[in-house]
Design a protein around this ligand. Structure first.
Ligand code: SF4
Length: 381
């Protein structure tokens, strides 16, 4: 499909900010969430200098800076470019790649895919909503709503998926195969198709001159890949999953991360994985990061709401903070993942979240947090 036929893609980037009620918002992509803490520190300082002094983590493991001047000062753009987070002006909004946070073995593959993506001019027109995923045999991150995924099941084998279809692809061929699928989407998707799930026959994306796409059974029961649930805060082996309350990474959080690691992985679940950081979990906890699976901040999140977003009058962040305090003070147990939003757009909803749209009171949030309920839909924030 040509750009002329595609409806406007409103996903923000550094070079095309979104203008919210609290100012300009930019989104910075970090393929696989892999990032040096020194880069986080630089971006945190830029955020503090020009806008809100926090880095907002999105549901695709990206970063957002908000409450920035409109128009963006040239000095801000230059400063962000100097961090290395804008390696391609033409492809900045299509580098949406999630990857199993704990899998060291995927780091090289993710880097190679990102480089190949940026090297293909035709892929600059992918929709910003299109999501690539890389996982290992655990199935981590495959719980998210990806479009194309590669699951490496051993050092020499893996499966490439598009929707419910897949075909065996060796890791050595995975990058080229993923690029092929993305190109086929760009060239054949009808107007209005943002994602693979919008296509009438997603299996066509996987067709190869010598191979047919087939429903692949990897777990013996379904045609879907084996999927792991989202990581929850706490130690996992030698690693720490550090939850970030409300997905707002503060300068104090970044300082603590710098004390314990050189690189971290930002997850799609408003947390940061510190590989090998289990022995220093106390440093992270003291800085306000969530290092235990119990407690309200392991399960509660919210969109920015009022006054930052013009689509609602509900102060979602304040509601969530009050609810967390109430649950803690009443010694209640949070049993349900809850995401508080100000309107039906449901920004930032996770796949396992119960979504509360404009809840009228703090007690409504507390009740939802402590009562099991069904899941709902999602979108990046
Ligand atoms: S869910 Fe609605 S109120 Fe919340 S950030 Fe999105 S558009 Fe704004």
């Amino acid at each position: 499909m040509t750009d002329a036929l595609r409806p406007p893609d409103r996903c923000p980037g550094l070079l095309r900010p979104f203008i919210a009620d609290d100012g300009a918002l930019v989104r910075l992509r970090m393929p696989g969430g892999r990032v040096a803490v020194s880069v986080l520190a630089q971006v945190s300082a830029i955020a503090a200098q020009y806008g809100a002094p926090v880095l907002q983590l999105t549901s695709r493991g990206n970063l957002q800076l908000r409450a920035l001047p409109d128009p963006l000062p040239e000095s801000l753009i230059v400063a962000v470019e100097a961090t290395g987070l804008l390696p391609s002006a033409s492809h900045e909004r299509v580098r949406n790649i999630i990857a199993a946070p704990q899998s060291r073995g995927l780091d090289e593959l993710v880097g190679a895919f990102d480089a190949a993506l940026m090297a293909e001019p035709r892929l600059a027109s992918l929709p910003g909503r299109f999501l690539f995923a890389f996982s290992d045999a655990t199935g981590s991150v495959l719980s998210e709503r990806w479009d194309v995924a590669y699951q490496r099941t051993s050092p020499t084998s893996g499966v490439l998926y598009a929707g419910q279809f897949g075909r065996a692809v060796a890791p050595a061929d995975a990058v080229a195969a993923m690029i092929d699928v993305a190109l086929r989407f760009v060239e054949t998707a009808p107007a209005g198709a943002w994602n693979v799930r919008d296509l009438p026959t997603p299996s066509d994306l996987l067709r190869h001159p010598s191979e047919r796409a087939e429903r692949v059974t990897t777990d013996g029961a379904t045609s879907r890949p084996v999927v792991a649930p989202p990581l929850v805060p706490g130690t996992v082996g030698d690693d720490v999953v550090a939850g970030v309350p409300l997905g707002m990474l503060t300068p104090e959080h970044v300082e603590a991360l710098a004390e314990v690691a050189e690189t971290v992985v930002v997850t799609p679940w408003r947390s940061v994985v510190v590989r090998g950081g289990a022995a220093q979990v106390e440093v992270l906890r003291r800085a306000g990061l969530v290092t235990e699976s119990e407690g309200p901040w392991a399960r509660l999140s919210a969109c920015v709401g009022a006054p930052s977003c013009r689509r609602t009058t509900v102060p979602t962040l304040d509601l969530a903070r009050s609810a967390a305090e109430t649950v803690a003070s009443r010694r209640l147990t949070a049993t349900q993942d809850v995401h508080v939003v100000g309107c039906e757009r449901r920004c930032g909803t996770g796949v396992s979240d119960r979504v509360l749209v404009a809840p009228p009171t703090v007690d409504d949030v507390v009740s939802a947090l402590t009562t099991p309920a069904p899941a709902a839909t999602r979108g990046e924030q």
